[in-house]
Design a protein around this ligand. Sequence first.
Ligand code: SIN
Length: 285
Amino acid sequence: MPITVTPFDAGIGADVSGLDLARITPAEAATVKEAWIAHQVLRFRGQKLDDDAMADFSGYFGEPEKAPIGFKNRNYMTDRPEVTVISNIKIDGEAIGGLGDGEAEWHSDMTYIDMPPDASALYALEVPPAGGNTWFMDMYHAYESLPDDMKRRLEGLTCKHDATRSSDGRLRQGYSESYSREELPGAVHPLAIRHPESGRTALYLGRRLNAHVMELPPTESEELLDMLWGHLYENARVWTQQWQVGDLVMWDNRCTMHRRDAFDPASRRLMHRTQIRGSAKPVAA
Ligand code: SIN
């Protein structure tokens, strides 16, 4: 079967068909990589992947990163250290994965470190009958749709990305409840970055909570960030993934943000996830 790439009407993301990701060849992976840089988010339906196949597939796009440590200071168990679990399922009262059943707010993954991951992939093993959708936002469009005076205003500005809380708002292991603006643990990145592979400019916000613009006093920083997030909510180009078992979705963390809807705690959702180590520090556009 030929590989077919069908862009979504939303203007971000594409479906890729004609591929068995468990048996992908280097030539096919090169085609996927090209489509991924062009469309930012790719979905592959009807896949059957064990953890080895998922880690091997991810390896075509960079160096798969070991799964981040969960809230109990341990990794969630999978057959490969590069594969972690996102799930609300509990066994003997113990969560088998991260993020539970609540909403995850808009974010890019791990922008609170100096070299955030280039990419992440999520593979659906069990899905709830309703809810738990994952939304992806085009951060090239977010930048390109800003008025010119705002684009100029962002030149030379950087933002602190908070390391202390996860996208579901929980305090991470080892951090305390409150820090001063100066002491907040995290990483500093430009507000507008140049994508190292596409050469395009993306707005780079990470997440809203505790973010601050380093070069501005607190009130001005809040005003600017509120304005940028307000612009996102009014002008966002968004595609929503409604999960089916066997879907694998991979996204470019440098030019997208994502969020997840809550779902009924009585239903089960089980995803396996990989992440590609950052290949470069984000640089100003
Ligand atoms: C994530 O934010 O990485 C997980 C998204 C999801 O559970 O759909």
